[in-house]
Design a protein around this ligand. Sequence first.
Ligand code: GUN
Ligand code: ZN
Length: 441
Amino acid sequence: MTVFRGTVLDTPGDTSLGSIRLRTEADAALVVDNGRISARGPFAETVRDHPGREVVDLREGLILPGLVDAHVHYPQVRVIGALGMPLLQWLDECALPEEARLASIDYAQQVADEFVQGLVSAGTTTALVFGSHFASAVDALFERVASAGLRVTAGLVASDRSLPEPLLSTPDRFYAESMALAARWHGVDRTRYAVTPRFSYSASEDMLDACGSVFKDVEGSWFTSHVNENLAEVAAVAELFATAEHYVDTYDRYGLVGPRAVLAHNVHASDLEVALLAARGASVAHCPTSNASLGSGRFPMRRHVEQGVRIALGSDVGAGTGFSMFKEALQAYLMQQLLGADGLALTAPDLLHLATRSGALALGLGDEVGDLSVGKQFDALWIRPVPADPLDVGLRYAASPEDAVAKTLALAGAADIAGVWVDGQSIAHHPRSSEQLLVIE
Ligand code: GUN
Ligand code: ZN
């Protein structure tokens, strides 16, 4: 039982992007029992009602909800940062040769450690993770995220065409391996299983049918894939699926598109597809640094919001340029600015919401995490800027809490994240801050 003391910023309540409200409480106390926030309020009053508790003093800086990455590829940590290639060339020359190396369990374990480190040091506490084509490598991922304490939904990646041979499987093998992985990991600790065809371009109708079967047979599993990312990819999928109405339909016809679906990108979406996603209650993971880096296109956020599609944010490591969800949120803002009248003008609270509560809602975890209300799990991070760095200066001179959030999005990096908690348990402490973390009152 612990009390966390500090300035708490989050975005509970209304979820409409464009008008998200920031909740700010200076010198607040969050009382955490068994990982759950049981009370919150002004510090002095709240500790009076909860005497004898350990107090973690986080007054210097800001307390934010843990960040949520709704689309990130575990096997791609080592290929972050490639420039100058569109999607299909980047897959062929950069991502897929690296993903083939995860056939080695030793290699996969090392990459899984690097991946976990990437998430934790970025302050990401919840993620929907694209796994590997190899079941042994997916086990390595689940082992590592479970021991780190992260809240991760992930699965075996399915493909049976269009990719290098070592990455291919068959529908029967995919079904059997998926069911075995789900039996080991779905609902264990904070992990859940996600059915993960790479994209329709690399999955036959039989493979997508097998995906539909796993999705049906693993109760409460999630579905994730890519859709409408790049024009050449969209054209290739249209040729492969001559009878499909559109790209979204290639998944929908196998029962995969519903409230437990998160589709990444959807940059080149038709109105019909956006309407179908809205009707199904599915979510889109917007991956702005990836879309810019691969030159995939400009995400029509306004159309998604106007038609009622839930949007979350994904780093899309390794096409995305790193694990920082602050950077993704900022890039989402920049891209909408560049769209001019077609863009959606996003505020700092909108962006914080995109990086936290939007993701929690897309993952069906909106009652558990995403903000720091009473009843939620204490998944949180502590922003404590490097002294005298621009973020430190910026926060000291911030004109308002909204301004402090904007400055954090623009300037915060891993060195400014001084602590990360999941279910009230510390999963990362920056060495610079450990000595003053615990105060017993
Ligand atoms: N489409 C299919 N595979 C991938 C991938 O690894 N990254 C991105 N950005 N798009 C994909
Ligand atoms: Zn991706």
